[in-house]
Design a protein around this ligand. Sequence first.
Ligand SMILES: Cc1ncc(C[n+]2csc(CCOP(=O)(O)OP(=O)(O)O)c2C)c(N)n1
Ligand SMILES: [Mg+2]
Length: 1029
Amino acid sequence: MAWFRAASGAARFALRRNLARSAHHRHVARAGAGPVPQPLLQPGRGFHSTQPRHQASPLPPRPVPLSRLSDSFLDGTSSVYLEELQRAWEADPTSVDESWDNFFRNFVGQAPTSPGISGQTIQESMRLLLLVRAYQVNGHMKANLDPLGLEEREMPDDLDPAFYGFTEADLDREFFLGVWRISGFLSENRPVQTLRSILERLKQAYCRTVGYEYMHIPDREKCNWLRERIETVKPWEYSRERRQVILDRLTWSTLFENFLATKWKAAKRFGLEGGETLIPGMKEMFDRAADLGVESIVIGMPHRGRLNVLGNVVRKPLRQIFSEFSGGTKPVEEGEGLYTGTGDVKYHLGTSYDRPTRGGKRIHLSLVANPSHLEAVDPVVVGKTRAKQYYSNDTERTKNMGVLIHGDGSFAGQGVVYETLHLSALPNYTTGGTIHIVVNNQVAFTTDPKSGRSSQYCTDVAKALDAPIFHVNGDDVEAVVHVCELAAEWRQTFHSDVVVDIVCYRRFGHNEIDEPSFTQPKMYQIIQNHPRALTIYEKQVLESGQIFKDDIERMRNKVNSILEEEFINSKDHVPRKRDWLSAYWAGFKSPEQISRIRNTGVKPEILKRVGEAIATIPENFKPHKAIKRVYQQRAEMIETGEGIDWAVAEALAFATLIVEGNHVRLSGQDVERGTFSHRHAVIHDQETGEKYCPLDHIIMNQDEEMFTVSNSSLSEFGVLGFELGYSMENPNSLVIWEAQFGDFANGAQVIFDQFLSSGEAKWLRQTGLVVLLPHGYDGQGPEHSSGRVERYLQMSDDNPYVIPVMDPTLRKQIQECNWQIVNVTTPANYFHVLRRQVHRDFRKPLIMMSPKNLLRHKNCKSHLSEFDDVLGHQGFDKQGTRFKRLIKDQNDHKEIEEGISRLILCSGKVYYELDEARKTTKRDDVAICRVEQLCPFPYDLILRELKRYPNAEIVWCQEEPMNMGAYFYINPRLYTAMRALGRGSIEDIQYVGRPPSAATATGFSSLHVQEQNEILQKAMQPEPIKFPI
Ligand SMILES: Cc1ncc(C[n+]2csc(CCOP(=O)(O)OP(=O)(O)O)c2C)c(N)n1
Ligand SMILES: [Mg+2]
C-alpha cells in the first residue's frame, strides 16, 4: 500500500474530498434519492479472494511497481472507482470487501480489522480493477476489426493478466469485483467471479468485432450508460425477423453495386464494394432514430457509395438514378422557366424523400449536394440541421438530426472536420449531436494510412470531444447494425456527437477504372480471395438454421428483378420539374423568371418604434458607462433623425425585418460587440455580468432565437459553411456571416468557390447568405486591409462585354448573376441592401466589403428620412426608396454637365478621402460617383453618369494595388458601357491607385499615409492622368 500512497496524491485528494462530503452522501442515500445500497456481501457467503493468498494459489502475488503500469490508474476516471467504493464504505463498512474495509481504515487512521491478510487482497483487488479498466480503455486494440487481417497492432501489455502478476493458477479462483454505482462488470450484480470468467467476459465485450473507445469521456453517467450496453452478461443477438431484414438490406446493397457494375462497366461511380454493410447499418440507424423520435435527417456524404445511399437509403427512384447514369438528360421543365444550371456529376447531387421506417413511421431524409472537396459539406449539413430545428420548433433537438459519412483519409486529414466537431456543443451552433459514420476502407486513393495520418485511428480527432467511438469490423453486418443503433440511441439520449468507424476495404480501385495493385499489391491479393460481406452473412444465417437457402434465393431474385425492371423503365424516364424548391421555397423564382424589383423603405412610424426599441436598455440594467453613452446617442439619432451611423442602420435593418416576421441571424468572431467595437448588439451588466440584447425585444413575445447574434468559434471554413447551410433551409431569413477582417475569409475559400459562387448553377439551390468582409486601407498592414474583393469579382459570371436588359420591368440582371458584390458607403444604403436580400422573390448571395473607419466617420451618416418610404424624402427616387447601386455626385449636378473635366468612379471608403481632397484642391470640375454595387455592374446608372459628363476624362480610382481591388473587373465593363455611347476605348479608362503588389498593403504606417496621399493628389492633379496606357 505504501507504493499506492506515495504515488497517489490525486487519489488521496479525491478520498479526502469524499470524506469531507460523506455526511451529505449518507444523507442522500438514506433520503431515498436512489435505492439504499445493499451490503455487497451477504452474511455467510464465501468470498474467496479474501482468503489468504497461499491457501488459494501456490504462487504468492508479486506487487507491480507503479512505474510499470502504463494506464494511469489514478486519473480522473479511475479515481471514480475509489470514490464509489469509499462512499459505500462510508455508508456501511460491511458493505465493501474486507480488504477495502481495511484499506479505508488505514487511510483514515483507524486500526485495520484483519491486518494479516489486507496487504495481499488489496493488491489483488486493485490489480483486477486495473485489468478490467485496461480492457475498458484498450480492449479495442485486441478487437478483430480488420476484415482483411492486414492490421499489425501492438497489443498493449496491460491486457495481459500476467502483467498484473496473475498466472494460470489464478484462473479458476474467485475474485470480488463489485463497485457501487458503476455499471457493467464492476456492478454488484455478480460481485464474485472466477478470473477465467472475468477474462472471457472482457474479451467478449471488448475484443470481438467491435472496439469501443469511450473511456476518454469524463462523465460517469455517460460511461455507465455505455458500460451497461457493452458489458452485458450475454452477447447481444438478433431475432430471426431482424436477421431477415438485415439480410434483405445487405442483399439490396450488394446487388445494387453488382447491377451498376454489369450495366455500366466503364463508368465512374465510386462503388461501395467492400463496404456494403454501410447500407443496412444506416437503415437500421435511421429506423432506430425514428423509433426514438427523429423525424428528419440531413445527410452529408462524399462520393463513395453515394448512389447506393441515394437508391437504398434515401429511396431516390431507381429508374431516375439509372436514367441519370445513362447520360444525364437535362430535365424538361413544365411551364415557364427553363433554368437547369450547369449540372453536376451524378455522385454529387442532393435530393430529399420521405422514407417509411421499420417501425411503421415516416422519416424525411435529405442528402445535401456536395462538391468533390471532401468534408466541405460537413458544416453545411450541421447548419442546415440547426435551421430545421429552429423552423420546426425542435427545442430539444430530438426531431432533426445530422448524419455525416466520411472516408478514413478525409476524416483524419481535412481540418474542417475538426472545425465542425468544435461547433457541436456551442449554444448557437449545437444540433444535439451529429452521427458520424466513417467508411474506413483503409486506403485513401493510393495512400496507405501510415502515410496519411499520425494518429492510430482515423477517428482520433473526435476524441477532442467527449464523443464515443465505435470501431466495427465491416464484414460483420450484425455488429455494424448493432453499433449503428447504439449510435442513434446515444445521440437521442445524450444529444451529442458519436462516431461509427466501419473498418472495411475497397474491393476495386479508387474508382472503377483505376488499378489498385499498382500501389497496394498485397492488400489486393488478399481482397481477391476475400468473400463478400453478403456471402459471409448468408453462410452465417444458414448455419443458424433460422433462414434457409430458398429464402436467400428468393430474396436475391426479387432484388435482381426489381433492378432489371427499373432499368427498363429508366429508358422512358422523363425528368420532370427539378426538385430545387423545397417546402419553404414555393413561389420563389428561378433565374429565368422575372422577380419584381421591390422598394425597401419602411414606414416612418415603424422606424421610430423599432428605433426606440433598439436604443433602449432596461432600467435596472447597468451597462458600462461608455456603452450607456453609445445607447443614449442612438436614442438621440432616432429622436432627431440626424446622424444615423452604421451600427444603428444595421440594427434598424434587422429590427424592421423582424417586425415583418423574418428570422435574422448574424454569426462570426466577436460579432456581438463587433470587432471594431461599434455594434454592441449584446451588452453586459457591469455588476452582474448579465447580458442584454435589445434586438431580442422588438416585437411582443419575440421568440428567443428569432434574432440571433452570436460570437463563433475561431473558424472561418466551419462557421461560414454552417451559416451557408443554415441559410439554405428557409428563404424568410437574413443570415449573415461576418469575418473578423475580410483578410481571413480565405480560410473558408472552399465554401466561396464550391458553394456560394457556384452552388445555384450546379445544384439549383439558392441562398441569400450575406458575407460581411471588413475591408479598407487604413494603415493596419497586409493582413488587416483587404477583403480581396478581386477574388469574388473574378468569380462572378456576368459577361463583361454584354450589356444585359436593364429596363426595370424586365431586368433579371441580378437573378442571372451568380452573386452580388457590394462596397457600400452610407448607413442608409447598408440598411437597404440588407433588406433587399429578403424583399425579392429569389435569393442570391451577397458579398459585402464592409467598412472599418467609416463606422465612426463624421461624414458617413444618414438621415432617418433616407430609410423611410415617403415620397419627396431624401432616399425616394423615381421608383421609391431602395438600395442605390450607384450614388451619383453629391454636388447636385444637372442632367448634362459639360464643364466637368474628370469623372472619378470609385467604390468604398476612398470616396470620402477623394471628396475631402476635392474640397481642399477646389476641383469643382471633378465629379465623383460611387459604384456601390460592383457586381453585377450597374450599366444603366453608369451610362446615365457617362452621359451626364460628356467631356470628362474617365477615371477609376481605388486604394488597392492594381492587381487587386475592382480594377480588373470594372475595366472591361466600363469599356462596354463607353463603347455603347461611342466614348472611346479601354485606353480611355484612366487608373489611379496603388501599383501592382504581392502583398495587399504595406506594414509601415508612414508609407501607407504617403501612398494614400499620392493617390489623392493624382486623382486631383490638374493635368490629364493618362495612366496606365
Ligand atoms: C479536399 C480534397 N482533396 C483531395 C481530393 C481528391 N481525392 C478524391 S478521393 C480521395 C481519397 C479519399 O480517401 P478517403 O477519404 O479514405 O475516401 P475513399 O475514397 O477511400 O472512400 C482524394 C484524395 C478531394 N476530393 N478533396
Ligand atoms: Mg478510404
